[in-house]
Write a protein that binds this ligand. Structure first.
Ligand code: FES
Length: 334
């Protein structure tokens, strides 16, 4: 039986089907709630349950402590209503961003190619177009398991039918080693769910932007670069892509071609474990070397948590305002 969730201060309420989280139900009902990981590990989706009870599901104990639970807090991406609820988001729910409702999609694999060490490009043609913002992600459903894995779109939102994903292999991983790097083939049918996430850019920004990606953290940044240049959202963009070795870099020619054609765009590939003709060292050190001050700039960061943390530290050292630092952390999908 559906439960009903009312958001305090809003006139509307939305139904939650059995088994769905508060977040999934809200996004399916066109009601925005702040969220990032959708996996119970970041805390962005924290809500206060003003009336009613929830099952906290797999909420991480370090993100939602016993005290939090006792005081009526919950994670919307994990919480399943035990009855009708009244809730209030803890983080600002009025993002002002356009709402693209969460939907289920089906599509056909059009490209599956090796583009870097243990890294594949997957292009899926959807049966129906998906509206999304540059920087958002989608969940791919692993066949036969019902398990979902999250990958950012690398294509710009103007391309709503052909979604591009960059996927790094994890040894022994269910989705990567067991499917995408093993049995998946061009022309296979695939199930997806999206869009999700609030990383990225939707409106024109006055500040020049520094984009820093580690490994396949390049994917949402590639979407942001194309979208921002095509629609004039940023005055200039410096894209830093960090890898260990040259074999980890990909889409180098793609970005060099944009750089040659558009004076607003600057591309900086950086290697940490191998000498080559370009920059070497940690990708964040390359930013420190290039910018004496980052005051008046914004940043969009995507990569492993250690890289994101190092980048935030480096940018603050160079006087970037914390409110202009936007980040998406990921751990390797298995
Ligand atoms: Fe990250 Fe819910 S804990 S979105």
């Amino acid at each position: 039986m559906d439960r009903t969730v009312t958001v305090s201060g809003h006139d509307d309420a939305f139904p939650v089907a059995a088994g769905n989280s508060v977040l999934e139900a809200a996004l399916r009902a066109n009601h925005w709630l702040p969220h990032a990981c959708s996996q119970g590990t970041c805390g962005t989706c924290k809500i206060r349950v003003l009336c009613g009870e929830v099952d906290h599901g797999a909420a991480d104990e370090t993100i939602l402590t016993a005290d939090d639970r006792a005081s009526g807090l919950a994670l919307a991406c994990q919480a399943k209503p035990r009855g009708d609820l009244t809730i209030a988001p803890v983080n600002d729910a009025d993002s002002g961003r356009p709402m693209h409702p969460l939907r289920d999609y089906r599509g056909t694999v059009r490209e599956l190619s090796d583009i870097a060490r243990q890294t594949r490009r997957l292009v899926v043609e959807l049966d129906q177009p998906m509206e999304f913002d540059a920087g958002q992600y989608t969940e791919l459903i692993v066949p036969g398991s019902g398990v979902a894995r999250q990958y950012s779109m690398a294509n710009p939102p103007s391309e709503q039918r052909l979604l591009e994903f960059h996927i790094r292999q994890t040894e022994g991983g269910l989705a990567t080693s067991g499917w995408i790097f093993d049995t998946l083939a061009v022309e296979d049918r695939i199930e997806l769910r999206g869009p999700l996430g609030q990383f990225g850019i939707v409106e024109p920004q006055p500040e020049p932007a520094i984009l820093i990606g580690g490994g396949t953290g390049l994917a949402p940044l590639k979407s942001i670069v194309r979208h921002a240049l095509d629609t004039d959202l940023l005055p200039s963009i410096h894209l830093y892509h960090g890898g260990r070795r040259e074999a980890d870099l990909y889409d180098v020619e793609h970005f060099r071609a944009i750089e040659a054609a558009d004076p607003r765009f600057h591309y900086h590939p950086v290697l940490s474990e191998e000498g080559w003709s370009g920059a070497t060292g940690m990708v964040t050190d390359a930013v420190l070397n290039d910018f004496a001050s980052c005051r008046g700039h914004s940043a969009y960061l995507c990569g492993p948590p250690a890289m994101v943390a190092a980048a935030v530290k480096a940018l603050k050292r160079r006087r970037m305002s914390p409110r202009l630092i936007f980040k998406e952390e990921f751990s390797a999908s298995t």
